[in-house]
Design a protein around this ligand. Structure first.
Ligand code: PEP
Ligand code: MN
Length: 262
């Protein structure tokens, strides 16, 4: 298998000056791109804080069809503008196979979200591109299923795949999901793929972002993805879990300090 250690020891992905799987990478930005002001101000703050990659949803996979669905192409354009302005690669989610060329045109990394982890036609299609792919763990997926999904992408010729743990569904409802940090050493043992952690969707609790970020780094995560907003109360999606932009540098400093001790 292409994901296995027997095939390759570590799948390091080069993106501009970043080495995903080698250096600690912080992906940050809002859940959704909402306006020019919102994305530019957030990008400025996360850049100042030391984040490496800017995130922002343009096509959102929302539970309710009545919730904000994202700005679509306009969102992609704004995200790209922000990335360019602050010299950061960008990542955004692809939810519809029909948008693959569009997303590929704008985004440096394609995100496959939890809900599409086993959308096999979508996985095969992104496998035919040459873009780095961040594959998020399905909320009801086992390690084996997660790695098989990555294999689907790589089998088509695209080996630039990295993973992201974002919490799974369990009987526990106190947190939005149950963040399975034990998958970090499991992934490292069973595959060559970099593994990131998303404590924002993983816990849904602002109070838990810092401890779970630090725990993920201690456990060996290759990077983090954290939702950040300039005004969480006004966010159009996931505001309750958004890290306030003006406090983000303090968090990143702690994360980097811990990383340096490992
Ligand atoms: C996201 O990162 O924007 C997202 C929707 O996350 P997930 O697919 O993990 O729910
Ligand atoms: Mn979100």
């Amino acid at each position: 298998k292409l994901v296995s250690k027997k095939f390759k020891e570590k799948n390091i992905i080069n993106l501009k000056n970043l080495k995903i799987g080698k250096d600690l990478i912080i992906i940050a930005g809002p859940c959704s791109v909402e306006s020019e002001k919102q994305i530019l101000q957030t990008a400025l703050e996360v850049k100042k804080a030391g984040a490496n990659i800017l995130r922002g949803g343009a096509f959102k996979p929302r539970t309710s069809p009545y919730s904000f669905q994202g700005l679509g192409i306009k969102g992609l354009k704004l995200l790209k503008k922000a990335g360019k302005m602050f010299d950061m690669p960008i990542i955004t989610e692809l939810i519809d196979i029909r948008d693959i060329n569009l997303i590929g045109e704008y985004s440096d990394i394609i995100q496959i979200g939890a809900r599409n982890m086993q959308n096999f036609p979508l996985l095969k299609e992104v496998g035919k591109t040459n873009k780095p792919i961040m594959l998020k763990r399905g909320m009801n997926s086992t390690l084996e299923e997660f790695l098989c999904a990555a294999e689907y992408i790589m089998k088509e010729g695209n080996n630039k795949v990295f993973l992201c743990e974002r919490g799974i569904r369990t009987f526990e409802t106190y947190t939005r999901n149950t963040l399975d940090l034990s998958i970090i050493p499991s992934i490292k043992k069973e595959s060559n793929l970099p593994i990131f952690v998303d404590p924002s969707h993983g816990t849904g609790l602002l109070s838990h972002i810092e401890p779970m970020s630090l725990a993920a780094i201690a456990a060996g995560a290759d990077g983090l993805m954290i939702e950040v907003h300039i005004n969480p109360e006004k966010a159009l999606s996931d505001g309750f879990q958004a890290y306030p932009a003006n406090e983000f540098k303090t968090l990143v400093d702690k994360i980097k300090r811990l990383y340096l001790t490992l």
